[in-house]
Design a protein around this ligand. Structure first.
Ligand code: UD1
Length: 372
């Protein structure tokens, strides 16, 4: 009897976590993996290119939900996913990260009585104005097995009353993808295409609603970037949401800030590895920069990934021009050496497979198993 596991992926940061999971599960005859793409991200540059570069198999089901308000997007994933889970006779549903598709998948599965496995569980920013924080809390509230990237995740889950036996600190799936693809990424000719040399540039990404949806907030960050660009040229891979905001606000940008379309995984990883600083409000990039040992200034007041600040090269820079420039100066005066957090060794997928096997073979009654 096989374990029929439905894996759900929807948005760009999900894909580099699903890839090593699919690979680890494919190596074990006990599992049959069914990949569902919700279509939360749909542009080739936000989705298709990641499937190709990370060699993720084509999804068995594509829900094509597209963009919308949070309620519309979450509801649409739920509505379209429910019949898929029923017809696939899923033994379990595995959701990753903290996007709207993650929450939607967890809710549908939990209400069908299907065990929910959450990879990247337990992370908390303690900032409920972030849509992702609501998604994290609500997903964990209905999850049955928690696969955790860092010790803070376990601590948070225990404080919320979850059973310690359901929590497995497995390491970081995103780091599995990084380690697997770094050599290929270093072969990329992206720097030649951009006309830049080793180390003499910074890399920017920005997409959080709190940073880009409000014009005066976006202007604060742009003012800081303009000042930093006087010292080092910046390449900014612009998320579609941010592009729209920048265009409508018509903000003056330094000529040393070069706007790029969203980049593929290998090109972006190459630039991360070769730049002298990263300025970002992404979650995953805080982790990747820590593994690469590159200074990261996180343009937020908080992080749900505290290990990247405590052990790694990440610094919280805030979101005001003044705080960002202070963090920029500090990153020169007091550079952080940084160490790689425990278990971020490229073997998280394998640990996930072991934890999931333990969960199903020891805990779940046989009648819960789907049939192959
Ligand atoms: C989502 C996640 C966020 C994650 C981010 C990575 C939630 C709540 N947020 O935010 O946690 O860090 O993805 O990118 O799930 N758009 C396109 N093409 C696409 C997808 C989106 O042009 O392929 C545009 C649309 O105008 C859309 C906007 O981007 O309205 C925002 O997309 P959405 O999926 O709603 O949220 P993100 O900001 O990408």
């Amino acid at each position: 009897m096989k374990i029929r596991l439905v894996l759900l992926a929807g948005a760009r940061p999900n894909f580099m976590k699903v890839a090593p999971l699919m690979a680890a599960l494919a190596s074990d005859d006990l599992f049959e993996s069914i990949l569902v793409h919700t279509g939360q991200h749909y542009d080739d540059s936000m989705s298709g290119t990641f499937f190709r570069e990370l060699q993720i198999p084509s999804p068995h089901h594509h829900l094509n939900v597209g963009s919308g308000s949070h309620a519309q997007q979450t509801a649409e994933v739920m509505r379209r996913l429910e019949p898929v889970l029923v017809s696939e006779k899923a033994s379990g549903v595995l959701v990753v990260g903290d996007v709207n598709s993650t929450l939607a998948g967890a809710l549908v599965a939990a209400k069908l009585g299907i065990p929910v496995i959450h990879a990247e569980a337990g992370l908390r920013s303690f900032d409920r104005s972030m849509p992702e924080e609501i998604n994290r809390i609500a997903t964990d509230a209905v999850s049955d097995l928690f696969l955790v990237t860092e010790e803070s995740g376990r601590t948070n889950l225990l404080k919320e009353g979850h059973d310690p036996e359901r929590i497995a600190v497995v390491g970081n799936l995103m780091v599995d993808s990084l380690r697997r693809n770094l050599d290929a990424a270093l072969q990329s000719d992206i720097r030649q295409r951009l006309g830049t040399s080793d180390g003499g540039f910074g890399l920017v990404t920005l997409h959080r609603p709190a940073n880009v949806d409000n014009e005066s907030q976006l202007a604060e960050i742009v003012a800081a970037l303009n000042a930093i660009a006087e010292e080092v040229p910046l390449f900014w891979a612009v998320h579609p949401r941010t592009r729209e905001r920048l265009q409508s606000a018509n903000m003056p940008l330094s000529p040393a800030i070069h706007l790029l379309a969203p980049l593929g995984y290998l090109d972006f990883l190459h630039l991360q590895a070769k730049c002298s600083v990263i300025l970002t409000d992404s979650g995953g990039i805080q982790e990747e920069s820590t593994v690469l040992g590159v200074p990261c200034l996180t343009l937020r007041e908080n992080t749900e990934r505290p290990v990247t600040v405590e052990c790694g090269t990440n610094r919280l820079a805030g979101t005001r021009k003044e705080t960002i420039l202070r963090a920029w100066r500090e990153s020169h005066e007091l550079p952080k050496q940084g160490v790689i957090p425990p278990l971020w060794d490229g073997r998280a997928g394998e640990r996930c497979r072991q934890a999931i096997t333990g969960f199903f073979t020891k805990r779940i009654p046989a009648e819960k198993f789907g049939t192959a």
